[in-house]
Design a protein around this ligand. Structure first.
Ligand code: HAM
Length: 427
């Protein structure tokens, strides 16, 4: 809706209202709990980064860098970009602060807004929210396994059923030239029928042709050689070991050799979790391994590889709501404190403060209103009780507790009131 000044949120960017943020918080709470179990710690990186970071890490030929970034010149001429993703930033920070010198693997998680100028639709926004995690400093297949096992736990904790793990290996710098050559050869006779963008990509970065979503191009893409036939020994063995570990733990997946992910930094393991309840934008999350990214951003050769994922919070919340059978309401106050006249406002404010210190979520009613109106407000807010404070109550140092559902009421001293409201439990 337009405001009087005609100002609305920017296209593709939306306000998350309390009924939305309650779900986002629930998801973030579950994620934090599970990250802690797997020994991840949080990193917060800037929302603005040098444009060059994403050009180098994500790749010039990707849709993200080529078409979707919010990039602008700062006042001193430096080119800045609103981050479209956070893996590049996490790896930049890992190098900048020499985190690889710390013992063991570096396990980082992050959460926050990302920006991509995509065509907005259900589940796709220009400002969207990701929760992601990166494991840096190692390249063994069991690390990949643990990340996928952690994601299974997170999906379970969020009550999301029926998400499908799609898995692939996209090879590495060692086998890419052979696969690129095979792709170019297979594409050559079909190129004139393909869209202009992909004709160019077939030359510059043929792997990106597999991202093509144009329906008419799909039969051509389906007939292209499979990347799995071009893996070198190391990548093949890495993938085989990961699959053995997943099979052994009963984590099922579908192999999709066309799933190459839309970012250039991936090597070997690549994965997505898809969900049927989401419509066209059905990727709940995506990730993969990126051995060599740290070196391309300036790390010494002995720094190990990395793997990570990011989930789209906007989409995860939709799947959680679908699983819960509705969008639900945010929790309201447990009680509404009602000063009958302005004279009782100070003691009512003091009572509300004491209840809050005891962990009870309460709201204040304005004084000097008909009690009926305050009771109506309490019911609309979803409160369980109204706490009436008139001159008598103040004199007797008691409060009239009125249960909204039944209308029953009782004068209670504050100890009894706190017990009734479950003070000390969480609000
Ligand atoms: P990505 O596949 O570009 O990967 O994004 C991850 C997830 O973010 C997607 O699966 C989707 O749920 C969500 N997402 C992406 N774009 C949008 C959008 N416009 N609106 C709403 N949700 C969106 C990455 O970003 C990588 N950094 C993941 C990663 C971490 N790989 C390794 N480490």
């Amino acid at each position: 809706m337009k405001t009087d000044a005609g100002i609305t949120a920017i296209k593709g960017m939306r306000d998350l209202l309390p009924e939305d943020t309650a779900w986002f918080e629930r998801l973030e709470g579950h994620a934090r709990e599970i990250f802690a179990l797997y020994n991840f710690d949080e990193i917060r990186t800037p929302v603005l980064e040098p444009a060059e970071l994403f050009a180098r890490a994500v790749g010039e030929e990707t849709d993200i860098v080529g078409k979707e970034m919010y990039t602008f010149a700062d006042r001193d001429g430096a080119m800045l970009t609103l981050r479209p993703e956070a893996t590049a930033s996490a790896v930049r920070a890992y190098i900048e602060h020499r985190l690889w010198e710390r013992p063991g693997l570096t396990r980082l998680f992050y959460q926050g807004p990302m920006f991509r100028r995509e065509r907005p639709q259900k589940g796709r926004y220009r400002q969207f929210y990701q929760i992601g995690a990166e494991v840096l400093g190692g390249d063994a297949p069991w690390i990949d396994f643990e990340l996928l096992a952690m994601l299974r736990m997170l999906l379970e904790r969020c009550g999301i059923e029926g998400a499908e793990l799609v898995l692939n290996s996209v090879g590495c710098a060692n086998d890419r030239p052979r696969y690129h050559a095979a792709l170019r050869e297979a594409l050559a006779p079909r190129l004139p029928q393909m869209c202009a963008d992909y004709q160019r990509r077939a030359q510059t970065n043929p792997l990106r042709v597999l991202d093509c979503k144009v329906p008419a191009d799909q039969p051509i893409i389906a007939a292209l050689p499979s990347i799995l036939d071009y893996l070198d020994d190391r990548c093949r063995e890495h993938f085989a070991e990961l699959r053995r570990l997943l099979d052994g733990a009963g984590i099922s997946y579908r192999l999709d050799p066309r799933m190459v992910r839309g970012l250039d930094y991936y090597t070997s393991t690549a994965f997505e979790f898809l969900h049927g309840a989401l419509g066209a934008q059905n990727a709940l999350l995506g990730g993969g391994r990126y051995d060599g990214l740290a070196q391309s951003l300036g790390a010494p050769a002995n720094v190990g590889g990395g793997i990570g994922f990011a989930l789209g919070e906007d989409r995860f919340v939709m799947a959680m709501q679908a699983a819960a059978g509705g969008t639900g309401q945010p929790p309201g106050p447990r009680a509404l404190v009602v000063p009958i006249t302005a004279a009782q406002l100070p003691p009512a404010l003091a009572l509300a403060e004491r209840l809050r210190r005891g962990g009870v979520r309460v709201e204040m009613a304005p004084p000097d209103r008909k009690i009926g109106r305050s009771l109506e407000l309490a019911a609309k807010l979803g409160a369980e009780a109204a706490l009436l404070l008139g001159a008598d109550e103040v004199r007797e140092q008691r409060v009239t507790w009125k249960r909204l559902a039944s209308g029953e009421q009782e004068k209670l001293d504050e100890t009894a009131l706190a017990a009734r409201l479950g003070a000390g439990r969480s609000a």
